[in-house]
Ligand binder design. Structure first.
Ligand code: ATP
Ligand code: MG
Ligand code: FE
Length: 342
């Protein structure tokens, strides 16, 4: 049984996993405190983690009906993420590990976003391709071994997909975080505006075939909306949301399927907060099915940041017999994906 602690951004998450079974997933979020700034404020997030940590650990233990001494190991997100936020989780995890005499694993947040799927769909067929899309990351990875063999294939060269959702929501007057309200608005709208698909031109497909770019799309949406407003015409919010969302999902799914094909991989895992998007889930299913690829997407609550994902990866590391980290392991805000555990 592994207890996992996540504090890389604005969610304080504590999960408990036995094997592939999720026993508890306690979450405290400071998202409402950031909403009025339109983005996550690092200092506010760190303070909120500090306040939420002990109660969230207690709640997870109570939900699972276990005590800290029942746990075999503690796992914590060591990076990547906000430096101050990571430090709170890592310091807490060290304190719990030391106090209870448990081994400690510092784990990679992105690998944890992939590992969480095993709680829903069981062992991951390897190799797999993972599409990770969140507020801070948009990456394509080849997962040869979840416990130590993850190869980056591509990533965003500017904004992350979730960041684009958040910025476009702001342009449309929708609340932060922008993903859920855009998803809802898009369901009421039609795909009528041909917004640009970043890095899909012939030259980009040679050089950047598995990379993403969303900053041009974000600017195109802002310009389109401004032109409408200047002309004194109403902005069709639902249609803009649907058209923007389609541009993002089109590129993400096309490149993910192409990566599977080029690498001869049969399984595509989608994770990160944007994987909660209903259109992304549907389009990934549709395109993968056509290519004979199986898609695995965990339920939305497991896609956004949580403690269960950290516990899930910890559980895989323990069963693979990987040695734990040292009790002075560092938080690394730029931890590379080639490092699954510290
Ligand atoms: P990190 O990038 O370090 O993982 P994060 O807090 O941004 O941190 P998540 O909690 O995984 O990561 O994702 C949050 C992002 O997901 C936000 O940008 C949010 O707008 C986006 N998101 C959430 N739900 C949806 C949705 N239904 N459609 C599109 N985007 C969504
Ligand atoms: Mg978050
Ligand atoms: Fe995340």
């Amino acid at each position: 049984m592994v207890l996992g602690i996540e504090t890389s951004c604005d969610e304080t998450g504590v999960g408990i996993v036995r094997g592939y079974t999720l026993l508890a997933d306690a979450l405290a979020s400071s998202v409402d405190e950031h909403a009025r700034y339109g983005g996550v404020v690092p200092e506010v997030a760190s303070r909120a983690h500090l306040e939420a940590m002990a109660p969230t650990v207690d709640r997870a233990l109570a939900d699972a009906g276990v005590t800290l001494s029942d746990v075999d190991a503690i796992a914590v997100t060591a990076g990547p993420g906000l430096a101050g936020a990571l430090l709170v989780g890592v310091a807490a995890a060290k304190a719990y590990a030391l106090a209870a005499g448990k081994p400690l694993y510092g784990v990679n947040h992105l690998a944890a976003h992939v590992a969480v799927d095993t709680l829903e769909h069981g062992p991951l067929p390897e190799p797999a391709v993972a599409l990770l899309v969140s507020g801070g990351h948009s990456s394509l990875l080849r997962v040869d071994d979840l416990t130590g063999g993850v190869v980056p294939l591509g990533a965003t060269i500017d904004d992350a997909a979730g960041e684009a959702f958040d910025k476009v929501a702001r342009v449309l007057g929708l609340p932060f975080p922008g993903g859920p309200p855009i998803d809802r608005a898009a369901r009421e709208g039609s795909i009528t505006i041909p917004f640009p698909r970043g890095l899909t031109g012939p030259r980009d497909l040679a050089e950047h075939r598995f990379d993403f770019s969303f900053s041009g799309l974000k600017t195109a949406v802002a310009r389109w909306v401004e032109a409408r407003e200047r002309a004194g015409e109403p902005v069709p919010v639902n249609d803009v949301a649907a058209s923007f969302q389609e541009a993002v999902c089109d590129v993400l799914t096309a490149k993910a399927v192409a990566a599977c094909q080029e690498h001869g991989v049969q399984t595509l895992v989608v994770g990160g907060g944007v994987a909660a998007n209903s259109r992304l889930r549907a389009l990934a299913e549709e395109r993968a099915a056509k290519a004979g690829i199986t898609v695995r997407v965990p339920r939305p609550k497991l896609c956004t940041d949580n403690g269960a994902m950290v516990a899930a990866l910890g559980s895989r590391l323990v069963s693979a017999g990987i040695a734990p980290g040292k009790l002075d392991l560092p938080a690394d805000s730029a931890m590379p994906i080639t490092m699954v555990t510290t």
